[in-house]
Design a protein around this ligand. Sequence first.
Ligand SMILES: [Zn+2]
Length: 389
Amino acid sequence: MQRAVKIRLLPTKEQEILFWKSAGTARWAYNYFLTANEQAYKEGRRITDGEVRKYITNVLKKTTHTWLKEVGSNVMKQGVKDANLALQRYIKGISGKPKFKSRRKSKISFYVNYESLVRRPNGFQGEKLGVVKTATALPKLPKGRKYANPHISFDGKHWYLSVSYEVEQKKVELTGESVGIDLGVKELAVVSNQDASRTKFYKNINKSAKVRRLEKKLRRAQRKASRKLEANSKSRDKNHRPIWKRPLRECRNIQRQNKAIRLLHKKLTDIRNNHLHQITAEIVKTKPSQIVMEDLNVKGMMKNKHLSKAIAKQKFYEFKRQMKYKAEMYGIKVVEADRFYASSKTCSHCGHIKKDLKLSDRTYVCPVCGAKLDRDLNAAINLANYKTA
Ligand SMILES: [Zn+2]
């Protein structure tokens, strides 16, 4: 099966300039093909994208358009191909007549040569681009495999690399079991099978000493940065904005402080993501046939101010994203229980629904059968027993 990822890039100034040039070239090639085609049409001829590409490479690139050499070879090629594709779609009546791409309105993107694109420990290497650092690592591919359709785009703030690649479904014998996962703040995840014979509690990494120490460091660094900013502003204008003594970008000490803050943020993100990867990998390795999770109403939960920070740090969406794609690799079915399924209030032993269960009740005590167990474990068992309609 094919999977696609979009990874944020951390380009150098020089690379960013090259990105802009490449995007400009792709746009130029797109428009050039449309113009050439119109011209040919008027003269009663037909041209192919191959012809146009050859003309650009063999004539223009060597004479009047030598700047084409500055960017990757695929940038122009793919620009022409895209224009031809749009034209073919128009001819077949699938879409409207392709328009020229304007500098202001068109999407800023261009293709990277897939043959020479190689993964590197802190990013990737691409034709003419050198090693481009990325915010997260590219997925590892088996030897000899290539990323398909790599392209770089700009969203107004950041640059991204999009690639797709083939993932093989693992041939594994599944156990036939259903497991429920209850996500929370006290524990990150409580996992159980239907009869609770195998249960596991995964800790909330944000309560660990390591994370707490880093967060404290981060708060201190942020305070220090704002003090430095304060010291640099002598007075405020009529809109109460500070007037800086020197342009901010010249202030080395502020820059240094901001870099330290970014690094701390990155460290924390890495720790949290690694924790999620470990857990989701461990869960799929138990090879259940089905995984049931709640349909999280994260937005609703985030409204609670005290909880929202703690929930954001738990990265539930990321957990579910990882869980889904790893399960898919094993052929495990992932089910999201209906939002109104009372996984917390139902007794996992007798099915009684305890309407007055409070958020502060950490232990579930059933007034009917007397079952007494951890609240989140009770929810996980109920999720494992969830019946799809
Ligand atoms: Zn009960």
